[in-house]
Design a protein around this ligand. Structure first.
Ligand SMILES: [Fe+2]
Ligand SMILES: [Fe+2]
Length: 334
């Protein structure tokens, strides 16, 4: 068992080497602790806190590092099997590290909104710097994905302007990968989400890796209802931490006037066990069921490879700026 001696400082946006104590042999060892308190596997970290050069170069033993990879080229997805391996490794880390306590800590930390001040549009532009390793269309700038999704919905639902804006902003929470937002590892930002505090449903992708999650062995957390009651409402359920929940908090804390359905779409769009497999429906209340209808509509458009129609950013920008003005303050705290 590994015990962290120092509490991580979430405001230090970089990797740090911290001393950890191995409780079995009481030996001090150096391990790489990511900002946010995540211990990085020793096999990809050097003692100076850098990713080992051989990890960056090796193709056969390649494990996609779980850290955010800015400025570093880790991607080698020529072979589909390589990609599958890295996706599996991503979920292994996600399922081991996303615990009830971890999510609680993240929500408390990030709802302070004390990092950056900027407008929604500034954040859209900032998102272009983000690489989402779980995104199959890695070459496409994120802003294109946002605008393609928004424009496709706008065409089919011209009167639901709130849904156009929801589409534009639904992935902005991926800025969590950037150093100025804490530089969280990929497993704490992207990928499918699921509830904590109750049993992990079999439909969750790569379910077997929950074996390594302490919550899986906690009798309070590993029953169908866990700490929740039938129909308690998703609002009361802790969901694994990532860009969905963060963007929801940003919108909420900055006093958005988006309707509840828009906030629901932002908050649960990666909750595939619910909207794809129908798991956890017993936790939903009446409002959730209503809002889920909109999420199902939204999800048909949130497909990366579906639309390759280029969007002229400058042409559509005035329309989206008017929506931002309608539903958000000029500057938001992030
Ligand atoms: Fe997303
Ligand atoms: Fe998306």
């Amino acid at each position: 068992m590994t015990i962290l001696i120092e509490q991580p400082d979430l405001n230090v946006p970089q990797l740090e080497v911290k001393k950890v104590l191995d409780s079995e042999n009481n030996e001090e060892m150096c391990e790489l602790v990511l900002d946010g308190g995540f211990v990085m596997p020793k096999d990809i970290a050097d003692n100076d806190g850098c990713v080992k050069p051989e990890v960056l170069e090796s193709n056969d033993e390649f494990i996609a590092p779980d850290i955010n990879a800015f400025g570093q080229t880790f991607r080698d997805y020529n072979a589909e099997s390589e990609r599958q391996k890295s996706v599996e490794e991503f979920y292994r880390l996600n399922h081991i590290h996303q615990t009830y306590d971890f999510v609680k800590r993240m929500r408390e930390e990030y709802r302070k909104m004390d990092r950056v001040e900027m407008s929604i549009w500034e954040c859209c532009e900032l998102l272009n710097e983000v690489v989402d390793e779980s995104d199959p269309d890695l070459d496409e700038p994120q802003i294109e994905h946002l605008l393609q999704t928004a424009e496709a919905i706008r065409k089919d639902y011209p009167n639901e302007d709130w849904l156009h804006l929801t589409a534009l902003i639904h992935d902005l929470g991926k800025v969590l990968l950037l150093p100025s937002f804490g530089g969280l590892p990929q497993w704490a930002v992207v990928g499918d989400t699921h509830p904590l505090g109750c049993a992990f449903d079999e439909s969750i992708v790569h379910h077997k890796y929950f074996e390594g999650n302490p919550d899986h062995h906690n009798p309070s957390y590993n029953t169908k209802h866990g700490i929740y009651s039938e129909g308690c409402g998703l609002e009361n359920v802790m969901i694994s931490w990532g860009h969905d929940d963060y963007m929801y908090l940003v919108a909420k804390e900055n006093g958005t006037t988006l309707p509840e359905a828009g906030l629901f779409v932002i908050r649960y769009h990666s909750f595939y066990p619910l909207h794809k497999s129908g798991a956890y429906k017993h936790l939903m209340n009446k409002e959730d069921k209503e809002n889920l209808k909109w999420l199902n509509i939204f999800n048909k458009y949130d497909l990366y490879s579906k639309s390759k129609v280029r969007v002229d950013v400058e042409k559509v920008k005035p329309y989206y700026l008017s929506l931002i003005d309608k539903y958000f303050p000029a500057k938001l705290r992030w």
